[in-house]
Design a protein around this ligand. Structure first.
Ligand SMILES: Nc1ncnc2c1ncn2[C@@H]1O[C@H](COP(=O)(O)OP(=O)(O)OP(=O)(O)O)[C@@H](O)[C@H]1O
Length: 637
């Protein structure tokens, strides 16, 4: 067998890969378990076979920790050969021998079989659980997208669409918000993706008004988002905009004033991966809206769809171009992978209902084609907005144009500073950091109401791609503290000084403090010489805790771009490292930029920034193929 010689002295490469940081202890533990389950080895080439199985199992385990759903062994082999083989001193086995050996292993099954590992025809190797999530999610989405909803009174629907979606005068081209509403009325699944300020929230509110007006029975509606912060934002926007719709009270009452996290909606239980609501105990809902879907990973999405009764409607909102979830999967990106044109029959139906001029239909490659609407016009970032222009260039991967837009100084709302080495950081950042946080710290000093203190704090944030190193958030937080201390804006000699902002990084279900929650240390009203850490809930209520009671937390003048997802600030200052890093990507730059409502300044090196814009994040998964490949083309998994 030719492959045996490919691992000449490395029948067991795992220790080397652990040493090199390619694998973790957990990956190796899982791989060894698979090796044991596969049974004893045969004398001649058995060791190599076992080594290959364990290598593949360890990589499949590692993949899910890296955000991938599976490891594509063909791709992995190619990439490893090209970049790592020499430096690590390990060459993987020839891919065809490797896959052949795995296919006959007793612990590796084909799609549809129940084995700890699943290998598909394309060389994707899954942990069974993830294969199951992917398969179930794809089936649920396709089924839901295929289901047409019967419209009992089309004239009424048309009239309501016209009433709720008057044409905005500034708009050129189709009113995609109105089209999205028509899709939501006609389909059980409606996916609405758009950049910042394209009106996702206001559209969904009007969709709820539309749908509640279409039936005589009150709809049971729930609003949810993946994080507490995103749920709070959705709730605030819905509460603020609802009165302006002038709805009859019975329709207004159907639109909830509360939004919850998906975990809470599904009934999470501490220390369990199972939810109270599931296929056997479905959510008592007619309509579920999920916002910020780009942040929802595969497992949570699969569980959400599973828990939703088949006849209920699902509306997914998000920005497909943002960074994918921290958890494995990039579900919204995969769902929207080929969106843009409706099927001819559905296009005709939408034209008739909305009166909008839509692009010609195209033969559908998936039922999803008719369930997705992309909002393209930003009401916030119009033609004169630098943030809008830069976001478009970044999304298209036009790195030279993006750097040009930043460097030219033509737009007042975007800026660029060269930051060639870390030694210059304190000097370069001192002025903007002081300007950014001074109003907040003045509010703290003047003992403004805590909710006002939060408002000031949320106006400015420093973002970085990295956690560690001189350009990472840990160093940037220390820098901010030092600079602000030196200017007399705070007194950081005590760890819990008045005005210290912190972010919770570990859930505490008892205290109901969750990863990403932000607290601010302020004088305890009962004992002003002591501080308490205040948190502003999504209901607008303040809660405070003694610092010693807080779960794990960190100071948060600066935060990672990943953590900033789901939040918006008036102004941001983004620090990018002076050397390329694997975390830098187009999605990361776009996500950072679109956190800013009014002004974004980038500090970095043009070549590194350009490299990031050119690099797309690709996560390994089979979801796109499942959702978008025509049945019968031979490519279904
Ligand atoms: N059809 C419309 N006509 C006029 N203004 C609109 C329309 N749709 C949205 N807007 C305005 O655009 C702004 C952004 O809307 P909205 O908050 O709904 O967008 P979004 O996509 O949810 O934004 P983000 O998620 O970035 O906050 C709001 O001020 C809203 O009033």
């Amino acid at each position: 067998m030719s492959g045996v010689s490919a691992i000449p002295n490395l029948a067991d490469p795992l220790p080397l890969l652990r040493e090199q940081g390619v694998l973790t202890d957990l990956d190796i533990h899982f791989a060894r378990l698979m090796g044991r389950l596969a049974g004893p080895v045969s004398p001649e080439n058995g060791l190599a076979v076992k080594g290959r199985l364990e290598l593949a199992a360890a990589l499949a385990s590692h993949a899910t920790g890296q955000g991938d759903i599976c490891v594509n062994l063909r791709q992995w082999t190619r990439r490893w050969q090209a970049s790592m083989a020499e430096s690590v001193g390990f060459a993987p086995p020839p891919i065809s021998d490797w896959l052949e050996g795995l296919r006959v292993s007793p612990v590796v099954g084909r799609p549809g079989q129940r084995q700890p590992l699943i290998l598909d025809r394309r060389g994707r190797l899954y942990l069974y659980r993830y294969w199951g999530y992917e398969q179930q999610l794809a089936a649920d989405l396709l089924e839901r997208a295929s289901a047409e909803v019967e419209v009992t009174d089309e004239a009424r629907l048309q009239a309501d669409l016209n009433r709720l979606f008057p044409r905005p005068p500034q708009l050129e081209g189709p009113d995609w918000q109105k089209v999205a509403a028509a899709v939501a009325a006609l389909k059980r699944l409606c996916v609405i993706s758009g950049g910042p300020g394209t009106g996702k929230t206001s559209t969904v509110l009007r969709i709820l008004a539309l749908l509640s007006g279409q039936t005589d029975r009150p709809l049971r509606i729930a609003l949810a988002a993946p994080t507490g912060k995103a749920a709070a934002r959705l709730q605030e926007s819905i509460r603020a905009a609802k009165p302006g719709l002038g709805l009859a009270s019975e329709h207004a009452a159907q639109i909830p004033d509360e939004a919850s996290t998906l975990h809470r909606l599904l009934g999470s239980r501490p220390d369990s991966v199972y939810f109270r609501y599931n296929a056997d105990n479905p959510l008592p809902l007619d309509l579920l809206v999920v916002d910020e879907v780009s942040m929802v990973g595969l497992a949570l999405m699969a569980k959400t769809l599973e828990a939703l009764p088949p006849e209920a409607r699902l509306i997914l909102l998000g920005d497909k171009d943002q960074l994918a979830s921290v958890e494995a999967g990039s579900v919204l990106g995969e769902i929207c992978a080929r969106a843009g044109r409706f099927s001819p029959a559905f296009q005709a139906k939408l034209v008739q209902l909305t009166g909008e001029k839509l692009p010609e239909g195209r033969d559908a490659v998936s039922p999803l084609t008719d369930a997705i609407v992309l909002l393209r016009y930003s009401f916030r970032f119009g033609a004169t907005s630098g943030i809008g222009a830069l976001a478009r260039a970044v999304n298209r991967g036009q790195s030279a144009e993006a750097v040009g837009l930043l460097a030219q100084g033509r737009y007042g709302d975007i800026g660029w500073r060269l930051l060639a080495d870390s030694a210059g950081l304190p000097e370069q950042l001192a002025t903007p950091v002081v300007a950014g946080f001074a109003p907040y710290l003045h509010a703290v000093r003047e003992q403004a109401a805590p909710s006002d203190v939060f408002t000031h704090f949320n106006r400015f944030r420093v973002l970085s791609a990295l956690r560690s190193g001189p350009f990472g958030v840990e160093a940037l937080n220390r820098l901010c503290e030092t600079v602000l201390h030196n200017r007399g804006l705070l007194d950081s000699r005590q760890p819990w000084y008045v005005g210290r902002p912190v972010m919770i990084v570990r859930n505490d279900y008892n205290l109901r403090l969750f990863n990403g929650d932000i607290g601010i240390a302020l004088p305890d009203p009962n004992e002003p010489e002591r501080v308490k850490v205040f948190f502003l809930g999504s209901d607008g209520l303040l809660r405070s805790f003694a610092p010693a009671r807080l779960p794990e937390h960190e100071t948060v003048y600066a935060m990672t771009v990943h953590k900033s997802q789901g939040s918006e600030f008036e102004r941001i200052l983004v620090v990018t490292p002076n050397e390329p890093s694997p975390v830098l990507s187009r999605e990361l730059i776009y996500t950072a930029l679109t956190r800013a409502k009014a002004e974004a300044s980038f500090y970095g090196v043009p070549a590194v920034f350009a490299g990031a814009v050119e690099r797309r994040l690709q996560r390994s998964s089979g979801l796109r193929d499942r959702l978008w490949v025509e049945p019968g083309s031979g490519s279904r998994l």
